[in-house]
Design a protein around this ligand. Structure first.
Ligand code: TRP
Ligand code: MN
Length: 448
């Protein structure tokens, strides 16, 4: 199927994995019509700027930090939640930029990350079998059968929550909160008292001194916009295709289609079938796109995905996000690097060290070990060094809160402690300390 005949609806003729069984097709179409009349959340020009920045990453001149919730929650989106998530991402960016001397491109899993693919249509909660929770954009996580019925009005609620989240993110990142003069205030109390927090404070102090030094040299710091704001982009899994279709608009400047629900969209390991609806949808939008790549992916398959998603070989257009698991990556990644390089595809390679390392603890909670996450990251860097390719970025699930969802790291969270502050609606996230600790490790790997 060629790009010329592409339309935002064309996915409807193809097999679409992981779509909810909406009980009332007419109600769904009414909602999609309503969404289609609402303003876009992002501007096509911003998506083009992101593609250009990702091209810098593809060329080995910058590093992608893509991070945020596994699944955003309709219950947890206060100003404080958003601010704290942003804080930890800004802190990580400081550690990477200062520690490794490489610009960090900041992309959140935020303002739209509301839908989850599930390996089984049902799940057991206690002794009852319930339809699976598919993210707040689809149904509710409460453990009862009625709450789990897909409700299309949730798509509109997701749009409005994305809009207000994005509004606050824009205000914070452009309005002074992200100013480099504020590096100290991002360090939250519970982080500051930890080893990572103290290490971070040291960098923050050095940045302060460097800024004072430049001012003393007569440089007008006020005039340097880049010191006072950051470019922060949004991204999510383009899972519920009706929603993405409704927010896809033709850019009046170029005549190209853009999915204006976020700057960047990706598809998961479970929805990236070459002949499937999701890949077809991504192939036609002009946003930068991502594709998750698991350990069983063959070199032929990856090259075919590159051809399908980026036939023009535009640098920055395609990010391949490997999620292989700590033990598999050493064998699984090198053949893919070789094949994509041989096919001359200018991709961004990012490492998602979270999703291949999930297991269920004895207490029945999904978790991940900090050490496994780190091992996969080391394997990622080692494979790229050996292949001569650029380890372009990381893709992480984290929160600004002091949760106990991943094991290990600073404070060494143990299996028996997982229940203490386990608040994720889906996968286990790094807490702020673990995230900053990880940023320091990644900066070390980048320097090496
Ligand atoms: N604008 C620059 C950048 O995004 C410098 C900067 C300003 C920055 N505030 C920041 C970097 C906060 C990291 C975190 O890189
Ligand atoms: Mn997840």
């Amino acid at each position: 199927m060629s790009r010329a005949q592409w339309s935002p609806q064309r996915w409807r003729d193809l097999p679409a994995a992981q779509q909810p069984e909406w009980p009332d097709a007419d109600a769904l179409e009414r909602v999609l019509k309503e969404l289609g009349d609402l303003p876009p959340l992002v501007f096509a020009g911003e998506a083009r700027t992101l593609t250009a920045s990702l091209a810098e990453v593809a060329a080995g001149k910058a590093f992608l930090l893509q991070a945020g919730d596994c699944a955003e929650s309709f219950a947890e989106f206060s100003a404080d939640d958003i601010r704290d998530k942003l804080k930890v991402i800004l802190q990580m960016a400081v550690v990477l930029t200062y520690g490794a001397g490489v610009p960090a491109l900041k992309v959140g899993r935020i303002a739209g990350q509301f839908a989850k693919p599930r390996s089984s249509p049902t799940e057991r909660v206690g002794d009852v079998e319930l339809p699976a929770f598919r993210g707040h954009m689809v149904n509710d996580d409460a453990p009862d059968a009625t709450a789990r019925i897909p409700d299309p009005s949730r798509l509109v609620a997701a749009y409005h929550q994305a809009a207000s989240t994005l509004n606050l993110v824009r205000a914070f990142t452009k309005g002074g909160f992200a100013d480099l003069a504020q590096v100290h205030i991002w360090n939250q109390q519970f982080v500051a008292s930890s080893d990572e927090g103290r290490r971070y404070e040291q960098i923050a102090g050095e940045i302060d001194r460097a800024l004072r030094f430049m001012a003393a040299c007569g440089i007008d710091l006020k005039a340097e916009q880049s010191l006072h704001q950051v470019d922060f982009y949004t991204s999510h899994d383009a899972l519920i295709l009706g929603y993405e279709e409704a927010l896809t608009r033709m850019d009046s400047l170029t005549g190209d289609w853009y999915d204006c629900s976020a700057h960047m969209l990706w598809v998961g390991e479970r929805t990236r079938q070459l002949g499937g609806a999701h890949i077809d949808f991504l192939s036609g939008i002009h946003n930068p796109v991502g594709c998750k790549i698991g350990a069983s992916t063959t070199p032929t398959e990856v090259v075919a995905l590159c051809e399908r998603l980026n036939p023009e070989r535009t640098p920055g257009r395609l990010t391949l996000i490997t999620r292989m698991g700590a033990t598999a990556i050493a064998d699984a990644l090198p053949p893919l690097l070789e094949a994509v390089t041989a096919a001359h595809h200018p991709v961004v390679w990012a490492c998602d060290p979270m999703h291949g390392n999930t297991f269920v603890s004895d207490g029945g909670r999904k978790t991940r070990r900090f050490d496994d996450i780190l091992t996969e990251l080391k394997g990622f860097f080692a494979a790229h060094h050996a292949a001569g390719t650029w380890p372009g970025g990381v893709h992480l699930e984290l929160t600004g809160d002091d949760v106990t969802e991943c094991l290990g790291g600073f404070g060494d969270i143990l299996e028996g402690q997982l229940h203490e502050r386990y608040t994720t609606t889906c996968d286990p996230r790094l807490n702020a300390r673990q995230a900053i600790d990880l940023a320091f490790r990644v900066a070390e790997l980048l320097r090496a």
